[in-house]
Design a protein around this ligand. Sequence first.
Ligand code: SF4
Length: 293
Amino acid sequence: MRVIPNNITVSEGRFFIDVAEHGCGNGCKYCYISDPAGPQVVIGYEKFIKSLNYILKHPDFKPGRNGSIITLSPNTEPLKSIESKRLVKEVFRYFLKNGNHIQIATKEIVDEDILNYIRNARLYTEQVIVYITITTITNQMIIEPYTSSIDRRLGNFLLLKKHAVLSCLYIKPIIQATIDDIDKFGEVVTKYCPDLICVGFMTQKETTDDKGFDVLYRNDKHFYNLLTLGANKDIKNFSNYLASKSTGLVFNTSVCIWAFLNNSFPVPYIWRQFPELCMECRSCEQDYINVNG
Ligand code: SF4
């Protein structure tokens, strides 16, 4: 992994683009960044555009459906303000026409003008997936104090259907409060019918705040730290329960979602490197042998 402009991270062919210099503004108790409560300091427009041009010229960048996956915005809420939304729109303007798959995760309301733009500019239906992140339903106001309410977030699924943009209920991270809400998550998937469901990783409690909730701070290796904790029995049970309540497919990683929709192999090779996260949605292992010998 190497870092280029400070809002861009490149990893295994994926480009992660942050819209903020610092801070988030959602204030989630389990967050790993240094200043989750913010205020979010959005990157200046000119500097942001330079970082997008940098990606287009980067030797690892590949346009097209089978090219680089673009992920917005791993370390901060992308739809927090008018300024951050302006930058998000630029990412769509730059990369939809190149055919790249784009993922965006949010705990805010998705503006209809963004969805309209996506629908008109995308080159194929699966090009964009909007991940609506929910970790707790009962305790949102305590654990995610400055986010949109759960009801408003759930309203996104209706907006996404209206604009025919693929939706994913993104349950990440999984904390004890998530597991405790399993029945409520079941009701949500039955009522709102997200196109896809992604059940994330169990986080490890490092400290507890004064209300008894898990507080997690991790460095930039958090992804692999969390992967090694894997999908334990609680997560498997949780995933299977949601699958029984839903018409949407359930996965443990977004890379598998894209691999499934694109009929390609997930990178990292989930079925081999992290088999406990493989949902066996298809036969990656055998297909890989057939293709590569
Ligand atoms: S079979 Fe497993 S590794 Fe392959 S895409 Fe499905 S969940 Fe991922």
